[in-house]
Ligand binder design. Structure first.
Ligand code: NAI
Ligand code: OAA
Length: 332
């Protein structure tokens, strides 16, 4: 067991995702047997609620939890942090698109990116959960030019997990039977779940499901619009499943992806698969030695290529908006 604690900052700690996420981290679900120091960042009006959550974390008597501190100042909250989970922002409500949140939430991620650049540990890894997650990650990255760009990622793992769940249900198997799928592009309804290289119980997915119309139609739409469906049902956006996906993303990033499988993360593009550089896009990834690597050389079907172009255009439109709003310089 590693004895030196890892410092983790969670923003929006008093919110719905925070309430689920913090307890998963404290229990060891994210980093295994590694002690953790939690730093909770909130806006001043929510500090009291975050302190209540800190009391409950203490009451959990988690053996791996070394400390919990609450902040309303980003510089202090990110000081020396190695893992920054940027959750705090405004969630969308029924009838809104995630892109409607650009202006409201863009103003949060530039100052937080700057604070990370100036105060976090040299090994800092950043996961942006707050929507629109991909573009918020690009904003934070642009504000922290001294941090290697690859350390700024956005969460597409919930989309990935949703795709696995739908496929497993259709095939009547457990989620653990589904391998080698991923979700391209934006965490929006233009995202592109891709099963063409995947297997269920070792059998190619299209062969096992034997229903291309379902895969290319209902399955894709269900995964891409699942967030809105949960909002319509719950009256609030996904929270526990989002927290679980954040735990999955960071665990795989730090500890590595299982041999023989891959997953999905949104990374700043280096031009792979024709995705323009700098867009933070969902891609197939493995993690080795604490670094994401894009799975290279996959053959894309004509349909996937067309859909990938549409989700890239969606990301470009978001990038153009935040350039206009002044959150990102036009060269990023
Ligand atoms: N990427 C993904 O797959 C998913 C992303 N989300 C997004 O995650 C975000 C958070 O969702 P919830 O926890 O449900 O929302 P929530 O409204 O329950 O909590 C958000 C928290 O963030 C805090 N906050 C606002 N501005 C802040 C700032 N500048 N610094 C620190 N904290 C700040 C608020 O006070 C609040 O406590 C939303 O943007 C939501 O759309 C939600 C589900 C999935
Ligand atoms: O849909 C939303 O606004 C929340 C979210 O990102 C998701 O559940 O995928």
């Amino acid at each position: 067991m590693s004895t030196s604690p890892v410092r983790i900052t969670v923003t929006g700690a008093a919110g719905n995702i925070g309430y689920s996420l913090l307890f998963r981290i404290a229990s060891g679900s994210m980093l295994g047997d590694t002690p953790v120091e939690l730093r909770l960042l909130e806006i001043p009006q929510a500090v009291k609620a975050a302190e209540g959550t800190a009391m409950e974390l203490a009451d959990g008597a988690f053996p791996l939890l070394r400390s919990v501190d609450v902040f309303d100042d980003a510089d202090a909250a990110f000081d020396g942090t190695s893992i920054a989970l940027l959750v705090g922002s405004m969630p969308r409500r029924d009838g809104m698109d995630r892109a409607d949140l650009l202006e409201a939430n863009g103003g949060i991620f530039a100052p937080q990116g700057r604070a990370i650049g100036e105060h976090a540990a040299d090994d800092v890894r950043v996961l942006v959960v707050g929507n629109p997650a991909n573009t918020n990650a690009a904003i934070a990255r642009a504000a922290a030019p001294d941090v290697p760009g690859e350390r700024f990622t956005a969460m597409m793992r919930l989309d990935h997990n949703r795709a696995i769940a739908q496929l497993a249900a259709k095939a009547g198997v457990g989620a653990g039977e589904v391998s080698r799928i991923h979700v391209w592009g934006n965490h929006s309804n233009t995202q592109v779940p891709d099963v063409d290289h995947g297997t269920i119980g070792g059998v190619p997915i299209r062969e096992r499901i034997a229903d291309d119309a379902w895969i290319d139609g209902e399955f894709t739409t269900t995964v891409a619009t699942r967030g809105a469906a949960v909002i319509a049902a719950r009256g609030a956006s996904s929270a526990a499943s989002a927290a679980s996906a954040a735990v999955d993303h960071v665990r795989d990033w730090v500890l590595g992806t299982p041999e023989g499988d891959w997953t999905t993360a949104a990374l700043p593009s280096e031009g792979h698969y024709g995705i323009p550089e700098g867009l933070v896009a969902g891609v197939p990834v493995i993690s080795r030695g604490g670094r994401w690597e894009v799975v290279q050389g996959l053959e894309l079907s004509e349909l996937t290529r067309t859909r990938l172009a549409a989700t890239v255009a969606d990301l470009e439109a978001e990038r153009d908006s935040v350039v206009r709003l002044g959150f990102v310089p036009s060269t990023s």
